[in-house]
Design a protein around this ligand. Structure first.
Ligand SMILES: Nc1ncnc2c1ncn2[C@@H]1O[C@H](COP(=O)(O)OP(=O)(O)OP(=O)(O)O)[C@@H](O)[C@H]1O
Ligand SMILES: [Mg+2]
Length: 474
């Protein structure tokens, strides 16, 4: 418990905090704006754990409050602590100081916060005095301001706040958590779709391209109010041409259509032959090549006609696929009247994005968002398995939600590095989650009791699962 330890903890967190404050345009040596008002606190900290919790509190308040926080370090022998400035409009500062003092008094028994001054010139004189002492090599060390973006310090996606700590500590997912795909699980009504929307918006803010496949249409109405483009599959067309281009992708197309449209073995076999031998370049060619395929027996004729009837359903979509413009859009799958066709469309769309990403046609980080993912993952999962294990190399990532983790294939699970588990009630689903996350029984028992929007979160950077209240105020 040395002074160096306190110093290290406070220094690291204060530097992060200052980066945040820098973005609020409070600079160390500049004269504050006329209306700027500052309160100065002397903080005395008597144990390292308290100093970490104090820093979390300051970070949290500086995000929530309109007032800005600046921490200046001040270490003298026998006296460990920090100087804190809360600045902003006079009313904001007074309000914030009351909140800050009352949280410190009620939750941080090893911290003393004393007001040390209240006026702007006084505060800034102090800042400048500390700066000049630091420059002359004294132990007083105000950290240098950083101008880097705050997100890199804390992560890209702000999920919400921890509910398993005495004070609510903000929780972020960083790039590594996001790029390894995100799975959101939970019983009906537990908050999955809300969490998907929250993460989608945060990703968008961080420059990701976000494409949401909206199975039920509930997200379309929400996001259209925010100005996201809502697209109808019928008019943008089916991106089948990408999959017709190579033997490998043609085989994947056979698998997708066999599963989604319910082709029998002979029908799948015939489809594979037509694709390989006639190499159609687009949907219309494919349909007419099936129609003109030679028939050698009655049996052939029946297989061919049945196949034709099923593939012809794809004519529902416009022949020409027009690549949607823009970097954020919702594809409203609920407009497709048949569930089989909806599934075929979604799988072809995702697979075609994957092949395009593989061929280097897209380098911008893209997130495909899939709600009600069991509709796509059930059955012909092999392409989804491949996408989840390979796509991150090509800057393509998946964020999905499902109420039925027990029907997700193990390989998909293993390749979902970030797991957000809302309330789960089915015993079978809980067992799957327990295995996948190596959860202790005590953590598993919590899953029954979570309220809406609360979740257990585990990710590459959050190795021990933590309890989080997802922030729905967006
Ligand atoms: N983080 C949250 N904070 C507050 N309320 C929430 C939160 N998440 C969800 N809710 C509320 O809970 C209800 C259900 O949310 P949501 O539709 O997201 O759940 P779901 O798991 O997707 O349900 P379903 O299985 O029916 O699709 C909604 O009324 C929503 O406003
Ligand atoms: Mg939902």
């Amino acid at each position: 418990m040395t002074i160096e330890y306190f110093e290290a903890v406070l220094l690291v967190l204060s530097v992060s905090l200052l980066a945040y404050i820098a973005s609020k345009k409070l600079t160390r040596r500049s004269t504050p704006a006329v209306e700027q008002y500052c309160l100065i606190y002397k903080l005395k900290v008597s144990n390292p754990e308290a100093s970490e919790r104090l820093n979390s509190l300051i970070l949290e308040r500086s995000r929530r409050s309109k007032a800005s926080y600046t921490v200046l370090l001040s270490y003298k022998s026998g006296d460990t602590g920090a100087l804190l400035l809360i600045c902003g409009g006079r009313t904001e500062v007074f309000l914030e100081s009351e909140i800050f003092e009352s949280i410190v008094a009620s939750t941080l028994s090893h911290v003393r916060a004393e007001k040390a001054g209240t006026s702007t010139p006084e505060a800034y004189q102090l800042v400048n005095r500390l700066s000049s002492l630091a420059d002359s090599g004294s132990r007083l060390r105000p950290p240098t301001l950083q101008t880097s973006k705050t997100t890199s310090q804390y992560g890209i996606v702000r999920l919400g706040s921890r509910i398993d700590t005495p004070i609510p500590i903000p929780v972020y997912l960083n790039r590594e958590d996001i790029e390894g795909h995100i799975g959101v699980f939970g019983s009906t009504g537990s908050g999955k779709s809300t969490t998907l929307r929250k993460i989608s918006l945060e990703l968008r803010r961080s420059g990701f391209r976000v494409i949401m496949l909206d199975w039920t249409g509930e997200h379309a109405s929400y996001f259209s109010r925010l100005g996201w483009a809502v697209l109808e599959p019928k008019s943008i067309g089916l991106p089948i041409d990408t999959l017709l281009a190579s033997p490998l992708s043609r085989q994947v197309l056979v698998d997708i259509l066999s599963g989604a449209l319910g082709l029998s073995e002979p029908q799948s076999f015939l489809l594979a032959r037509v694709l390989e031998e006639s190499k159609p370049g687009n949907l219309i060619d494919l349909i007419s090549n099936i129609a003109s395929w030679p028939e050698q027996s009655n049996w052939d004729r029946e297989v061919k006609r049945a196949l034709y009837r099923k593939i012809e359903l794809l004519k529902y979509f416009s022949n020409k696929y027009s690549i949607p413009r823009g970097d954020l859009y919702i594809i409203d799958l609920s407009r497709i009247p048949s569930v089989r066709l909806r599934k075929a469309y979604a799988l072809i769309f995702i697979t075609s994005m994957y092949y395009k990403a593989r061929s280097g046609m897209r380098s911008q980080s893209t997130m495909i968002v899939i709600d009600e993912a069991h509709n796509l993952f059930l059955g012909e999962s092999s392409i989804m398995e491949e996408i989840l294990s390979e796509s991150r190399k090509y800057n393509l990532h998946v964020l999905y939600a499902t109420q039925s983790p027990s029907i997700i294939q193990t390989r998909i699970f293993l390749n979902t590095n970030t797991k957000i588990i809302h309330a789960l009630r089915s015993q079978k689903d809980k067992q799957v989650i327990q295995q996948a996350m190596s959860l202790e029984d005590s953590k598993l028992a919590i899953l029954d009791k979570l309220a809406r929007g609360e979740a257990l979160v585990q990710s590459p950077t959050i190795s021990e699962p933590i309890l989080v209240k997802i922030d729905a105020g967006f």
